[in-house]
Design a protein around this ligand. Sequence first.
Ligand SMILES: [Zn+2]
Length: 274
Amino acid sequence: MPELPEVETVCRILSPDLLGCRIERVTLNRKDVIAHPRASVFAEALCPKTATAITRRGKYIQILFDDRARLIVHLRMTGCLLILPREAPQEKHTHVILDLSSGLQMRYIDPRRFGRLWFFRAGEEDRLSGIHKLGMEPLDPELCAASLGKTLLRRKKMLKECLLDQQIVAGIGNIYADEILFAARLSPKRPACSLKADELARLAAAIPACIDEYIHKNQTTREDYIQSQGRSYRSTPFLKIYGHAGDPCPLCGKPLVQAVIAQRSSVFCEACQR
Ligand SMILES: [Zn+2]
């Protein structure tokens, strides 16, 4: 599942082919991926709008238009946005096609169909997509030991669960939660309220450092992105913890252990992460 660094990559890759283009036609092969408004209204409302910006909030992609309307996309498990020539063969599971004035098409492809698209007119309030509930952005200077402490020290839940909670910090999923907790040398099982000041400071530093590192590692070319259908992430070979259960800990050499925490599989070092 794409997390913040992967969604950031998608925005950066799509940006040059999308910005300045007008949407001329919308084809909906599957209407159930459109969360708002009704599918027929969605298709009509998008034409003809010109995309002026593509941004990310948490794991959401936001495409802004010239009249201040916006299209929001959440890729969830297997969603993918590709910009391709009109004549490019249509992949299986292509649910939405936007014909762009450049002659290219932006296509939404999603084999498992958990991803969703929302369209909001200028000034229309978004209480539906979930963006309004998101917590701090990992790279926002607002995220610091003090602001994290304000939220975490009130919670008895385990740290891993808190990191996955999008209302605390946005954009972190199972993979980067494990990497962040290793970088901060904190056990995923620690109750959030038990963190000491130095531990909060380590966590507050590890979150942006990790996310920034993997955004950088994820950089890919447009060609590779299209080739892999936006699904082969460059950062995977660089992950230190996730997917490495049983491997030696990069710090102490003891085997990394795997446990189910908050219904998610977690990998960590029992010696280094306390
Ligand atoms: Zn270790």
